[in-house]
Design a protein around this ligand. Structure first.
Ligand SMILES: NC(=O)C1=CN([C@@H]2O[C@H](COP(=O)(O)OP(=O)(O)OC[C@H]3O[C@@H](n4cnc5c(N)ncnc54)[C@H](O)[C@@H]3O)[C@@H](O)[C@H]2O)C=CC1
Ligand SMILES: O=CC(=O)O
Length: 337
């Protein structure tokens, strides 16, 4: 019998994908750095039984509709807003992601970004490199304290809770806003649930870790920034499209908020001409929340395992559209009895 065909959208190390070679014909795009063009991905998908994709790959309705053999799409990332999950579900294609293995690493980066923004670390580094450091003065690079301040986490999920845990080490007051209450986080971390508006009004640091959904798209807009303190620092390590960049720019220029630290943007990658880069009180990173060597390997292994299990008819480790699996299981159950 012909082996299933797996297409991987970056060139991953052979020891990571080796496992798939035992059960499938595996092809990879020929670069780890450059993305596969959409048309090539679509053409490969039309023959593939499984795709291993990056969060930067667009796996839209049209691509999924023209992939008749596809059984599983395994995304290298916990977010899956790049995939038309509803279309995959309609066609009974499993969609998998890489939760948990990246939570601590992303929380570390989120906190690093918060600290770099509040304490002007990047600015200080550039100041010396440009030869501007001539004297010391009492307000030289004076930023904002972090300890004992109030952090407001929007999207208190796996990563949000890890950020809250880090905040306890800084003796911060923790507020959160989430779709549902997190009783355990409230008891263990002393986090307090508040409305979105209350969180905006009371927080010194507003941290966005919510997924991109129709409900969260653009939630950090002109109104949201206007409700924040003038001394507030906005950190976005979730998804760029949950904020309106033009509104953020205006809020920073008009001093409605003090600073912003951003790992994600509305449209990535941004260019060196991006308006936000002209502002001295903005720290930017190129979407590297989970980018530690250890964690990236764990994510790759999990994505490979997800495909391996799905192609063997077994339950993948991390499923986004679990309803398909449950349906499949109940059909098998009904047959057996
Ligand atoms: N910057 C980076 O490199 C990374 C970014 N991410 C982003 O972080 C997001 C969160 O990841 P996890 O914590 O693992 O996901 P999660 O699903 O555990 O947490 C997300 C939380 O957001 C909440 N939420 C959803 N809609 C909301 C709304 N309208 N208002 C308030 N809360 C809402 C959910 O209830 C959930 O608790 C991912 O979806 C991804 O977009 C994740 C990893 C790395
Ligand atoms: O953005 C990264 C992810 O894992 O989601």
């Amino acid at each position: 019998m012909k082996k299933p065909f797996v297409y991987i959208t970056r060139k991953l190390e052979s020891d990571i994908v080796e496992k798939l070679g035992n059960i499938a014909e595996v092809q990879m795009w020929d670069s780890i750095e450059k993305p596969v063009p959409y048309d090539i991905l679509k053409e490969k998908a039309s023959k593939a039984h499984a795709l291993l994709t990056m969060v930067s790959d667009k796996v839209d309705e049209s691509l999924i509709a023209s992939a008749p053999y596809l059984k599983v799409i395994a995304n290298l990332g916990v977010g899956y807003d790049n995939i038309a999950v509803h279309e995959a579900t309609k066609r009974k294609i499993l969609v998998c992601n890489t939760p948990d293995v990246l939570s601590d690493t992303t929380a570390d980066l989120t906190f690093a970004l918060l600290m770099a923004t509040a304490r002007r670390i990047v600015e200080g580094h550039e100041y010396i490199k440009k030869g501007h450091w001539q004297d010391w003065n009492p307000y030289l690079m004076a930023g904002y304290d972090i300890h004992h301040k109030t952090i407001g986490i929007v999207g208190m999920g796996r990563i949000g809770e890890k950020v809250a845990k880090r905040a306890t080490g800084f003796e911060m007051n923790i507020l959160y806003h989430n779709r549902s209450r997190k009783q355990k986080a409230e008891e263990e971390l002393g986090a307090k649930y508040v409305s979105f508006e209350e969180l905006l009004g009371q927080s010194d640091f507003v941290v966005s870790l919510a997924p991109l959904t129709p409900e969260t798209k653009g939630m950090f807009n002109r109104k949201a920034f206007s409700l924040m303190k003038n001394s507030a620092i906005f950190i976005n390590a979730g998804r760029g499209l949950v904020m309106n960049e033009a509104d953020l720019y205006d809020a920073l220029v008009n001093k409605e908020i003090a600073a912003a630290g951003l790992d994600v943007f509305e449209k990535e990658p941004i260019s060196a001409n991006h308006p936000l880069l002209k502002l001295q009180n903005v720290v930017v990173l190129p979407h590297i929340g989970s980018a530690s060597l250890e964690t990236r390997k764990k994510m790759m292994k999990l994505a490979v395992d997800n495909i391996d299990l799905a192609l063997q008819g077994k339950e993948p480790k991390a499923l986004v559209n679990r309803e398909i699996w449950n349906e499949k299981k109940s059909q098998l159950h009904n047959k057996a009895f």
